[in-house]
Write a protein of this length. Structure first.
Lengths: 609, 572
């Protein structure tokens, strides 16, 4: 691993972070426009240059949903239609004796829904009985295995499908719960993840508390009327739209990969002479979900015909607890990584068939953290909890491993030419780059350190003399590279030396230097900072002043008072829109539930400047 | 290494057959390992503790057993090599299984006989291994002199061996397990095999346990009664001489049951491992065309080869791989225009389109109203199988598809339903039997076509159709950057029209199967149709997103543009 010398730091280039009461609007001419109290001299120039300002979207912390269509017995059509957010009755739990449900006398629909639920329960009595028998069998096995060898106990009491033994099942459930808890507590705020449609201006937003998915159409600035929800889609960890398809969304959850298919059922409300393709928000659509299981639940190529509602099915460990997923650019393959083992599962989405790629260990300590196809589809990168980063070649699925990092690889981002990859490790402020020197399917590559952002205190960009000083930088939590490969966004970890983690650092990217001998120039050049919309006053228990003081003076006491950081707009997720002609469109989900779109308008001579 | 031959048409087939022979030899080598491991496990003595493993590895009995298992494994590989198929009829139900067994009675008989023979052979070997106590040959203890009679345990053991072999052979044919399943993702063979070993052992053990307890139940009712009856008869004939029949009952002998289980499990696991080994080795992706001096023509010869379905499958698989991964050969194929017969792209696309069109026509014919369909041509089948309106002959004897460039055939001869037409008295007798069978309720029940069986037959070469659609569309997409002479551009409308026609028929088929989805036998065909709809839609979307900026410049016909508009609007 070689190190490239960084040409300049943010300090050396005179780039100072914006003050805490400002918000970033966008970038134009390599300068970021920060609004402070609604005034900024650069805003006029930004608008004159054709700059676009997108409004923030607010996603509340807690939601109560009412479904217009009851979930079907087939476990498929479970969209929540009608008005999107209505506080009335929770249908996700769907329990017949829900204490929060309104009285049946006052609400005939509720009574009818209860009757339907009871009827469905009776209809699925066979499944309830089998689940009860399976539970009893597992309990008996657990007791027997504590006295006898597992094989002997299984010979007497039978085995639990999909698992090695009952003790293993028990341990696995605990392991899954722990892993899932760890996985979810790493992110903050109501939004767990976001996925951009590869061809449309459509964003899927996963709501953590309710395990539902909202669809927002940015072109029409409106929410889609349907909300995606299913009883089998719980603990959403990742999402991805299927490329080269209409509207198909894969969602990683604790029960496995859920594939949502959406089909417009009505014509657009747009005028007939409109040249633009109609957006999903302007149409009614039906949606259904397929739970992808391996081995198939009904031995029928991954298309379960009938799934009983409210039952705890025995999901096979091989395909459940999806921690990461990614589609190949052609849309044919879906790669899923799992929380409970290190094997990747490769799905042919159209055929519903799965192929396990077993190279990494089977235990949960090898679990996959992130998977991602290269833009040309010839490589796949997977990172694992044992510190490994694997580069796969997708023709014969041979791989190369890098495992000499100090910690796990937290995030990575492919460059658009599929020749390089930027990534960061947990607890480190260094940014690495992996350069592929030969054409596919060669795995000849080298890892280099291209930049580092140590935590330090600096003054904000206020013009007044008493500008406040804040700490910036530290351990990198996440990063993203825009589809044109010109901007790299870096977010910082909450655990790092009390830095101002509400800031995002932006680098200018030039990957050509990775392949140039000498190393006298840097692939990354500091460009600026992005700050999100501030939190409402009612949410800041100790005020911004206390937060600032604790941030500037890191000590054990301040580490314990992390809640004061809730007042800051912490980025919980960020990424770029796949298609934005003037440049790049950064999407940031802040921990306060706001979703902001930060446009970056590129200039053709940007990097030469 | 480059093979040179005079005819490119036959070159691919010749090379493929040579490679398949090499693979069979390689599979036989791998089989040595399997046989030795299974023999070592079978000869492990648990009373020796951990030393039982070491003892089993070096035991002479293990070596002998391994040799026997190797012989059986190679025989199983030979059976699979002779009887395998590449096209599948996806439909469930008991009658479907019976129909599959009856479709090729000679092959079914070969499978059953081969497996029964292998089962008998291994029973002898296991009797020798386990001391023969459970399969004692004679009833009386040594030194007793009386009328020799067969021991019921001996009879039961051999009956069980017969049942194991026969049931395994029948289920192989009935479940179409001899069909080669080409893997979706190409991995190294060792990984592909490793993934299947656990499943093979589990399936073998499950099969053996299932057969043993069913056999035990049947034998408890029938065998024991027969044994007692025989004992009574023997006692009536000579009371003193048959007193020895009161020895311990073999049905209650734990040793006999353990012997049955161990023997049947070892046998079934050996077969299952050979089965998986053949699957993995035979479906390994090939690079046959790169062995030829003219690799484009060689590949085309493989695509045109209609004599062997496996060779044709390997050629389509190779085309799909080069379209997806082989940038160099893909560019070479698109630039290959200097041939007297026309551009290479035209020939390759014609083969892919022929596969799609054949399936479309089959679906269209099957989904047409029954009144408009032609009546069965066979004069001997007046009552035939009119349930679906199509003749039974294509079920009984499926033919490979016609070549794309073959001249249109005249009206085909009435296909013989039960093999070649005999002559003389034999013809008269067999015709009478055949008519009687077809007219009888049993024959109607066994040979009649179920609803949607047409769609099932159309999707029998499902995998080949998937490769054809994906390879064709991938080549069209790549032509945007890699087609220097614009040979693909003229055929884009034809490709799109073919795919839209197929998509329309598939959607009709899926919609027709929807009301009957609850019926078990209809689900697989419907699911295959749905999967194929996904594949075709994915291809059309892929075309749309690739050519999005050039859709106006393509100047597609109005009807095609109308059909493509929903894909451009992402509403399809």
């Amino acid at each position: 691993m070689s190190t490239y010398r960084v040409a300049a730091t943010f300090e050396e280039r005179g780039i100072r972070p914006p003050s805490k009461d400002s918000v970033t609007v966008g970038e134009s001419d390599l300068k970021f426009i920060h609004l402070r109290n609604g005034e900024d001299v650069g805003l006029l120039q930004y608008v004159r240059n054709g700059g676009i300002a997108f409004p923030h979207i607010m996603v509340p912390e807690s939601l109560q949903l009412r479904s217009a269509t009851k979930p079907s017995r087939h476990g498929g059509d479970a969209t929540t239609g009608g008005q999107s957010i209505i506080r009335k009755q929770t249908v996700g739990s769907g329990a017949p004796n829900n204490p929060e449900a309104p009285n049946g006398a006052s609400d005939a629909n509720s009574a009818f829904a209860t009757a339907v639920s009871h009827a469905l329960w009776l209809w699925n009595a066979k499944h309830h009985a089998s689940a009860f028998v399976a539970h009893m069998q597992t309990q008996a096995l657990l007791k027997a295995e504590s006295w006898f060898p597992a094989s002997l106990a299984q010979a007497v009491f039978g085995h639990v499908p999909g698992t090695a033994s009952a003790a293993r099942t028990d341990a696995m459930e605990v392991e899954e719960a722990e892993g899932h808890r760890n996985m979810l507590t790493k992110t903050e705020g109501p939004i767990s993840c976001i996925a951009w449609h590869p061809h449309r201006s459509l964003v899927a937003i996963a709501h953590r508390a309710t395990d539902t998915i909202f669809l927002y159409d940015l072109a029409h600035d409106s929410w889609c009327p349907n909300i995606l929800q299913n009883v089998y889609m719980q603990g959403i960890t990742s999402m991805a739209w299927q490329p080269n398809c209409g509207y198909a969304l894969a969602v990683g959850s604790t029960n496995g990969a859920c594939l949502w298919s959406m089909l417009p059922t009505s014509h657009s409300q747009q005028p007939a002479d409109s040249l633009e393709a109609p957006g999903l928000s302007t149409m009614q659509f039906s949606a259904w979900m397929t739970l992808m299981s391996f081995p198939p639940l009904d031995k029928a190529h991954g298309f379960p015909a009938r799934l009983p509602l409210q039952d705890k099915l025995t999901f096979y460990r091989s395909a459940s607890s999806v921690s990461a997923l990614a589609f190949s650019p052609c849309g044919q393959w879906l790669a899923t990584g799992h929380q409970t083992h290190g094997h990747l599962t490769l799905w042919d989405v159209a055929l519903g068939s799965a192929t396990p790629i077993r190279r990494v260990g089977g235990g949960s300590r090898h679990s996959a953290l992130q998977v991602g196809f290269s833009p040309n589809g010839r490589y796949l990168v997977s990172t694992h909890a044992n510190g490994q980063m694997r580069l796969w070649e997708t023709e014969s699925w041979t791989s190369r491993v890098w495992s000499d990092f100090k910690a796990n690889v937290s995030k990575f981002a492919w460059s658009p030419d599929s020749r390089s990859l930027f990534f960061a490790t947990v607890g480190s402020s260094e940014i690495y780059a992996l350069a592929l020197y030969k054409a596919p399917p060669s795995l000849e590559a080298e890892v280099t350190v291209v930049s580092s952002f140590e935590a330090h205190a600096t003054a904000t960009s206020d013009d007044c003399e008493d500008a406040e000083r804040i700490r910036v930088g530290g351990a990198i939590k996440s990063l993203a590279l825009d589809p044109k490969g010109q901007r790299l966004v870096v977010g910082f970890d909450d655990d790092s030396a009390s830095a101002d983690i509400s800031l995002l650092a932006i680098y200018l990217v030039n990957t050509d230097t990775l392949f140039r001998a000498g190393g006298d120039s840097s692939a990354l050049m500091p460009l600026g900072y992005i700050r999100g919309p501030s939190w409402g006053k009612q949410h800041t228990p100790d005020g911004d002043k206390a937060a600032t003081e604790s941030a500037l003076k890191p000590d054990k006491a301040s580490a314990k008072k992390k809640r004061v950081r809730l007042g800051l707009p912490i980025p919980s997720w960020f990424g770029f829109a796949p298609n934005f002609e003037p440049g790049a469109l950064l999407t940031v989900a802040w921990a306060n539930g706001k979703l902001s779109f930060v446009p970056m308008l590129f200039n053709s001579s940007a990097f030469t400047k | 290494m480059v093979y040179r031959s005079g005819s490119n048409q036959a070159e691919f087939a010749r090379l493929a057959e040579g490679i398949l022979r090499q693979r069979f030899v390689r599979a036989c080598v791998y089989e040595v390992v399997f046989a030795y491991v299974v023999a070592a496990v079978g000869n492990m003595d648990v009373r020796r503790g951990v030393f039982g493993v070491a003892h089993a590895l070096v035991s002479g009995r293990t070596a002998g057993h391994a040799a026997a298992l190797y012989a059986v494994g190679v025989a199983a590989l030979a059976v699979h090599g002779r009887l395998f198929a590449v096209e599948r009829t996806a439909a469930g139900g008991a009658f479907r299984r019976v129909q599959r067994v009856l479709r090729r009675p000679a092959d079914s008989a070969v499978a059953v006989c081969a497996y029964v023979a292998m089962s008998w052979f291994l029973t002898c070997v296991h009797g020798w291994m386990f001391g023969g106590g459970a399969a004692r040959m004679w009833l009386y203890p040594e030194g007793s002199y009386g009328a020799r009679q067969l021991n019921p345990a001996w009879v039961a053991t051999w009956a069980l061996a017969t049942a194991v072999g026969a049931s395994y052979g029948v289920q192989l044919v009935a479940d179409e397990r001899l069909q080669l399943a080409f893997p979706g993702v190409e991995q190294r063979r060792v990984y592909a095999l490793k993934d299947r070993v656990a499943g093979a052992v589990a399936r073998g053990a499950g099969f053996a346990a299932g057969v043993v307890w069913r056999f035990w139940a049947v034998y408890a009712v029938c065998g024991w009664a027969a044994y007692r009856a025989a004992s009574a008869v023997a006692a009536g004939l000579g009371a003193g001489a048959t007193r020895g029949l009161d020895v311990a009952s073999p049905l209650l002998s734990a040793r006999a049951v353990a012997f049955w289980l161990a023997s049947a499990t070892l046998t079934a696991v050996t077969w299952e491992l050979a089965h998986r080994l053949f699957e993995v080795v035979a479906t390994e992706p090939t690079h046959i065309s790169s062995l030829s001096a003219d690799r484009n023509a060689c590949l085309l010869g493989g695509l045109r080869h209609a004599d062997s379905a496996l060779v044709q499958h390997l050629a389509f698989h190779e085309l799909y791989r080069l379209a997806t991964f082989g940038a160099a050969q893909r560019a070479e194929l698109l630039a290959d225009i200097d041939r007297s017969s026309g551009p290479m792209w035209a020939h390759v696309s014609a083969q892919c389109i022929a596969v799609i069109r054949a399936a479309t026509e089959q679906l269209r014919a099957s989904m047409a109203p029954a009144a408009t369909q032609p009546k069965p041509a066979a004069p001997a089948a007046p009552a035939a199988p009119a349930a679906g309106g199509a003749p039974v002959s294509d079920i009984l004897k499926m033919k490979s598809r016609a070549r794309a460039d073959a001249p249109p055939q005249a009206k085909p001869d009435p296909a013989p339903l039960l093999g070649p037409e005999p002559q003389g008295l034999e013809k008269y007798v067999l015709s009478a039997l055949r008519d009687a069978l077809l007219l009888s309720p049993v024959g109607q029940r066994l040979l009649v076509r179920a609803p949607h069986a047409h769609a099932t037959a159309a999707l029998a070469n499902f995998q080949q159709q998937v490769w054809a659609v994906r390879a064709l569309m991938r080549l069209v997409e790549c032509s945007l950057d890699e087609d220097p002479y614009g040979v693909v551009q003229n055929d884009i409308a034809l490709v799109l029209a073919t795919l839209f026609a197929y998509l329309a028929e598939l959607e009709r088929c899926a919609a027709a199967a929807q009301p009957a989805a609850a019926h078990a036998s209809c689900q697989p065909a419907s699911r295959q149709a749905l999967a194929m709809i996904h594949v075709v839609r994915n291809a059309l979307y892929s075309f749309t997103t690739t050519f999005y900026d050039y859709l106006d410049a393509l100047k597609l016909p109005h009807e095609l543009a109308r059909q493509l508009q929903p894909f451009a609007n992402f509403c399809a």
